[in-house]
Design a protein around this ligand. Sequence first.
Ligand SMILES: Cc1cc2nc3c(=O)[nH]c(=O)nc-3n(C[C@H](O)[C@H](O)[C@H](O)COP(=O)(O)OP(=O)(O)OC[C@H]3O[C@@H](n4cnc5c(N)ncnc54)[C@H](O)[C@@H]3O)c2cc1C
Length: 394
Amino acid sequence: MDLRYSPEEQAFEAEVRAFLKTDLPRDLSDKVRRQASLTKADMERWHAILNAKGWLAATWPKDHGGCDWSAVQQHIFEEECCRAFAPRIVPFGLKMLGPVLLKFGTPEQQADYLPRILDGRDWWCQGYSEPGAGSDLASLKTRATRDGEDYIINGQKTWTTLGQHANRIFCLVRTGTGGKPQAGISFILVDLDIPGIEMRPIRLIEGGYEVNEVFFTDTRVPASNLVGEENMGWTIAKYLLLHERSNIAGVGFSVQALEQLKSLATQITRGGKRLIDSPLFAARLAEVDIDLEAMKLTNLRMLSEAQKKGAPGPETSMLKIKGTVIRQTINDLARRALGPAAAPFPSEALDGNAAPVPEDHAANAASYFNNRKISIYGGSNEIQKNILTKGMMG
Ligand SMILES: Cc1cc2nc3c(=O)[nH]c(=O)nc-3n(C[C@H](O)[C@H](O)[C@H](O)COP(=O)(O)OP(=O)(O)OC[C@H]3O[C@@H](n4cnc5c(N)ncnc54)[C@H](O)[C@@H]3O)c2cc1C
């Protein structure tokens, strides 16, 4: 198998690089480089720039305003965006719901919702998890009861990422009982600005706010918001999760983070020596560097397979596990490199005598804590291991 880019792919890579040089706003890339939080307006601005270029929806067909890029083109685009410190594309509408509507939606749903995702009128969030239904998603209890031309929804969702910015949520709801729990689930689209919905923030360990709880109380939704048929939600959920997991490998993010770590280890000195020259630290760096190189090759190998099959398969679980472990290892090494400066609340601060923690350092500590999530969301790594084992052993 030849893992080098073809001449066309190399030309595409050069085109993406040139575009990012001219069209990626400097203030946005500076924010990403400093690992600062992006506002809703920042994310929308980047989406609008990509949409104007026709580069926002990588996987969608051209006649729906997408790029119809091959798996390798998508990979090149994501790598280059990471290298240039571009904001990440918010995935819920573009990478999750879009593919679902294209496969399972009615022509009316496609015509109604897809353009609104592209031009930013709609910001979607994902309502899968519930307090008692995370890894065991099929045990979800939020109920949708048919009442004439509507469904009435009651229940609670949790961990709803960026829901505070959203005007719509796609939900898994229980519509049937009896038989296997997977058999009674439906996939439904809900406007967030209708009566009977309350969203409450959840604070994360690093102090940030990006996840929410969502409560539904007698929330009335038109039956035409159902995607696919009643009780076929599990099939749709699984299809969406394959797309969600393939984005979570994050090779580009790790490449970017490793470069920043190497630069940090060159600046920091211990006992008069640069940290990067310490045999122990250098060995740790080399280990994760080698793992990342192996991951890049595995990723390309799988992309080449996915290209032949036309869709990502269960191997995305492997990418998800390895990709998230590598990113967390890099975060951990940055935390170790910083030593006491990585503590977000140095005890001396209480005396008012603490030297201020430089902005770059504070961001590393925050990233370390924030990225504890990546081995959990999208289906925890333990669950991915179960999926892989089942695939291999039956
Ligand atoms: C920051 C963040 C953002 C998220 N965003 C969203 C979102 O936008 N929308 C959404 O719907 N959900 C979201 N999630 C939810 C996420 O998908 C769940 O947290 C995840 O599926 C794990 O479920 P749980 O938290 O209920 O943990 P549990 O299922 O209670 O698991 C707890 C621990 O037990 C392990 N475990 C459980 N069952 C098994 C088993 N059978 N074998 C081995 N180990 C097992 C797990 O791996 C984990 O380590 C988000 C989560 C986080 C942390």
